[in-house]
Design a protein around this ligand. Structure first.
Ligand SMILES: Cc1cc2nc3c(=O)[nH]c(=O)nc-3n(C[C@H](O)[C@H](O)[C@H](O)COP(=O)(O)OP(=O)(O)OC[C@H]3O[C@@H](n4cnc5c(N)ncnc54)[C@H](O)[C@@H]3O)c2cc1C
Length: 464
């Protein structure tokens, strides 16, 4: 079993590596090993029933196209958002690759409507003015929305194209170890030993802990990443109407008055749904998405408020810290997500089933458990979130109302950053790492670009 290249993980980073390499070097022998299922076999029962069936592995994050398959499919076309690729390539090159990847998604059928682009300059400037008055910073980031079902269809076409181009893709195959000879990689261990001239580790957040262990075992340097902890907010569409319709998503950053912590809004889903995301160890964290089809739209908008946490010596385990807090929420809710009305939180009382029933705003996450997030989140994070909600209320009046729902815990585990050079190659010759799992990216566009770049490096067409 000798390959030109073995790719571990079929998320956007892995599949765009394979696609670019095969486009440039047709006939190369590429093996993709993916621990989850083919895209057409992936389905989340909860999306039909409203209840999580604890699939193992979770179909939302694992399988062909990784966390991208059921994502909200927002292509955020800004070098400032979605990762750290700016540290590996010049800005002009980065912008050119954003256009390249955007064109690829368009060629597979992504919506041609672009939110927050030139046409919406007027609305953006109004929001910016309000933001400035409230000490918030608005980050400009044009968005193309594929929608959850749109992403699924697009990645289905990409899966077909990879097969057509001759890629050997094996599903339900988890890689457990590397095969290394001296200072070069020789292959990987899974259900069998597979040998290849190069190996690309593109394991996403799902595989980040495993990748860290691997780095320790093989003496590959890593830098500690941060962890963003917060809640998902749900309001009526009316509160976010203008942004929803014209800009789709407002990326706002705030330095809180009390702790001077960096807090940001993230992943806005107009007319969307709040969802649970399960990690390999059964940890339940909250997320959100929205469908494009009119009949699947809801009356609510959700987005996350996240507090960035970075730690200093001697603490080295931000992922564990984030999981610890999320686990506390799971512990109080029978491994579910806690939901609380903002009015209850402000008055220092829990939300009960009875209080939630009286709420005019209905939660879209049906199995969320009414409770008290102040029993879960550290005081500092809780206060940061409250101060952010009050600041955002100046831009979106009504956001800080009693009926607004807070779901917790939302955690973004930014994997430790794997030490790679500008070619994304580790200290082992032929061993590459990219995407979210390597701590380099945090979103669809940057992970896809990262894949394109690795594909070009492998083909020898690019070397910067
Ligand atoms: C619910 C949700 C919504 C999102 N919405 C958006 C959005 O709207 N816009 C946006 O830009 N980003 C979004 N994201 C983030 C985006 O999906 C990720 O940034 C992107 O998928 C990362 O790509 P990746 O290839 O690095 O990793 P992943 O997509 O995580 O893929 C990694 C793959 O590796 C596999 N794997 C892991 N370990 C192993 C192993 N040992 N052996 C074999 N296979 C392995 C996994 O099964 C997985 O399929 C969302 C994420 C989620 C979870």
């Amino acid at each position: 079993m000798n390959y030109d290249c073995i790719i571990v993980g079929a998320g956007p980073a892995g599949i765009f590596t394979a696609l670019e390499y095969l486009k440039r070097r047709p006939g190369k022998k590429i093996l993709v090993l993916e621990k989850g299922k083919r895209i057409e076999e992936r389905s989340c029962p909860m999306r039909k029933t409203g209840w999580c069936s604890n699939c193992d592995p979770c179909n939302i994050t694992v399988g062909f196209s990784g966390a991208g398959a059921f994502s909200d499919g927002k292509l955020i076309l800004s070098p400032e958002i979605g990762g750290k690729l700016d540290q590996y390539l010049p800005e002009e090159k980065h912008r050119e690759l954003i256009r390249y990847v955007d064109d690829l998604y368009l060629s597979y059928g992504a919506d041609t409507r672009l939110y927050g682009g030139e046409l919406e300059k007027g609305v953006m400037s109004e929001i910016r003015q309000k933001a400035i008055r409230s000490n918030l910073t608005l980050v400009e980031s044009p968005v193309r929305h594929m929608g959850t079902e749109g992403s699924y269809e697009i990645y289905t076409l990409i899966q077909k194209e990879l097969f057509d181009r001759g890629a050997d893709i094996r599903f339900n195959t988890e890689v457990t170890d590397l095969i290394v000879e001296g200072d070069a990689v020789a292959g990987v261990r899974a259900d069998a030993d597979y040998f290849g001239k190069s190996v690309v580790l593109a394991v996403g957040r799902e595989g980040a802990s495993w990748l860290n262990e691997l780095c320790l075992r093989y003496g590959i340097e890593t830098k500690i990443g941060g962890v963003d902890i917060g809640v998902r907010i749900e309001v009526r569409n009316e509160i976010m109407k203008e942004v929803n319709e014209r800009v789709y998503e407002s990326k706002l950053i705030y330095y809180t008055p009390t702790f001077d912590d960096r807090v940001r809004t993230f992943c806005q889903n107009p007319a969307g749904i709040v969802a649970t995301e399960y990690y390999g160890d059964g940890l339940a964290v909250v997320n959100g998405h929205s469908y494009k089809a009119a009949n699947l739209k809801t009356g609510n908008t959700n987005f996350a408020i996240l507090v960035s946490n970075y730690f200093t010596h001697p603490f080295k385990e931000p992922i564990e810290y984030g999981k610890y807090i999320a686990r506390l929420g799971n512990m109080l809710s029978g491994n579910k997500i806690i939901v609380q009305r903002y009015g209850d939180l402000r008055r220092g009382r829990r939300t009960t089933i009875e209080r939630l029933k009286r709420n005019n705003l209905r939660p879209t996450l049906k199995d969320a458990v009414p409770g008290d997030l102040s029993l879960v989140l550290p005081y500092r994070i809780m206060l940061d979130i409250k101060e952010m909600i009050e600041a955002l209320d100046n831009i979106f009046p009504g956001l800080a109302s009693d009926e607004t729902l807070l779901y917790g815990v939302e955690v973004k585990f930014y994997s430790n950053i794997i030490s790679v050079n500008n070619r994304f190659e580790t200290r082992y010759r032929g061993l590459y790492a990219g995407g979210d799992g390597a701590g380099i990216t945090r979103g669809l566009v940057q992970s896809s670009i990262n894949g394109v770049l690795i594909g070009r490096m492998l083909s020898g067409d690019e070397d910067h």
